[in-house]
Design a protein around this ligand. Structure first.
Ligand SMILES: [Zn+2]
Length: 436
């Protein structure tokens, strides 16, 4: 390997690897888009790279938002207080039906910028108009797992097969495991596509090794008709029909029985846990501890800004353990290390990225810097205090710098890639039109 191009040094380097390694102080050498070396600052390779950046505070992997519909920044806050189905059918879908690809692109630009500023470097997006979503993310310079959505009612597709073929072609043209964009496929849900529809999508996903991203069990009643028809739970129906033979990411996944969770474990179905959206829409409490006990991979997701209403994943970092603890009346449920891994390495695994989510040689240099020179990070008597502060009192307001694939896209709290005022103006104008 040729000489690294830059070295980052900080008071703490939090790797979020399997052992939850912390170097204090630590250093990271970056070669192109990848991490070449990480370890104690005093043991860094003697040949220092041409550029060395010394920072106080902490360096850690960028966060991974495992379930999102980011262009819904255009509908942020709309329909506040409605139940899920009414919110979708009366407020969201009519506006989404009027959205143009340019609307989608600007919604993504604004949302991806909001995420980068909060230290969220990767998002897994379920949305229509995939070209526009990808164009928006590329403009911002964030990492994207694009899973083009399948909701036939919202666009003029000739048939399900035609939409699947379109996504397969898109995957072939755009998926790049060494670049910033990977491509999966996203049947909205079994209750919208039907079981046979999900089977058809899954077969296409298996043939091309695409991530299958689907909503399951967000509300207790959404799949009642389907479950009555088949005489068993939606998870069992999908499992019995081979849908989970594809690498599957299941969003929300609240209303799952023991048997359903066993099936998720058996088929390696990962879960995008969305505690803020689930609480805000009154959907229920996902059984995260029962998932982790079974070895199910669980990441964190904001869900769309229509239902959250922020893309700041640090809220999920704080609220996931709170929700788990209130549900079990046990303060030892879901500790700080576990939840930080869910936000980083486990989230990356859930969305099918093997070289993202932890600071290790060979991984992409997706790194965030958090200043500790603030009241909420004081005092730190040992590294366990730092970890606790990150989860309970830190959050996005202290993110100062962000690198994606080695590129510094946020510097001193300012996004370097887009004009934020312009993005805000575009979304404001377009949102007013969509609402009328
Ligand atoms: Zn969703």
């Amino acid at each position: 390997m040729s000489t690294p191009t830059k070295r980052l040094i900080a008071d703490y380097v939090l790797c979020c690897d399997d052992d939850f390694t912390i170097y204090a102080p630590g250093a990271i050498d970056i070669q192109g888009s990848k991490i070449a070396w990480v370890g104690p600052a005093g043991e860094a390779p003697p040949a220092a790279p041409p550029q060395t950046i010394k920072l106080s505070g902490v360096l850690m992997p960028g966060l991974v938002n495992t379930h999102c519909h980011t262009p819904m920044t255009l509908m942020r806050g709309a329909g506040d207080g409605l139940a899920l189905q009414a919110w979708l059918e009366d407020v969201m879908w009519p506006r989404e039906g009027r959205m143009t690809p340019e609307d989608t692109r600007w919604g993504m630009v604004l949302g991806a910028t909001e995420m980068l500023l909060a230290g969220v470097t990767t998002s897994c997006e379920m949305y229509l108009d995939e070209e526009a979503v990808v164009a928006g993310a590329k403009q911002v310079g964030s990492r994207l797992v694009m899973t083009p959505g399948i909701v036939l009612e919202l666009r003029q597709y000739a048939s399900l097969s035609a939409r699947i073929a379109e996504i397969a072609d898109y995957h072939k043209a755009v998926h790049d495991s060494e670049g910033l964009v990977t491509v999966g496929i996203a049947p909205h849900s079994a209750y919208i596509l039907g079981v046979e529809g999900c089977v058809e999508v899954s077969q296409a996903a298996q043939e091309r090794d695409m991530l299958l991203h689907i909503h399951i069990g967000e509300t207790s009643s959404e799949a009642a008709e389907l479950e009555e028809k088949y005489g068993t739970s939606v998870v069992q129906v999908l499992a019995d029909h081979g849908v989970f033979e594809a690498q599957t990411l299941s969003a929300h996944s609240i209303w799952l029985s023991d048997q359903d969770l066993d099936s998720f474990a058996e088929f390696n179905v990962a879960v995008a846990h969305c505690p803020v959206s689930n609480m805000k829409l009154g959907s229920g409490v996902a059984r995260v501890l029962d998932m982790l006990k079974r070895g199910i991979t669980v990441g964190l997701g904001t869900d769309g800004p229509g239902s959250n209403n922020t893309l700041d994943l640090w809220e999920e970092v704080k609220l996931a353990p709170m929700l788990a603890r209130i549900a079990t009346a046990d303060a030892s449920s879901l500790n700080s290390q576990e939840v930080l891994k869910m936000a980083t390495s486990q989230g990356a695994k859930a969305v099918g990225l093997n070289e993202v989510g932890s600071l290790e040689p060979g991984n992409f240099a997706d790194i965030i810097h958090i200043s500790l020179d603030t009241p909420s990070f004081t005092p730190i008597c040992d590294t366990s205090d730092l970890v606790a502060h990150l989860v309970w009192s830190g959050g996005s307001r202290d993110i100062t710098d962000v690198w994606v694939a080695g590129e510094r896209v946020v510097r001193d709290g300012q996004c370097q890639t887009v004009d934020l005022d312009q993005a805000r103006h575009e979304v404001q104008q377009r949102a007013v039109r969509l609402a009328s």
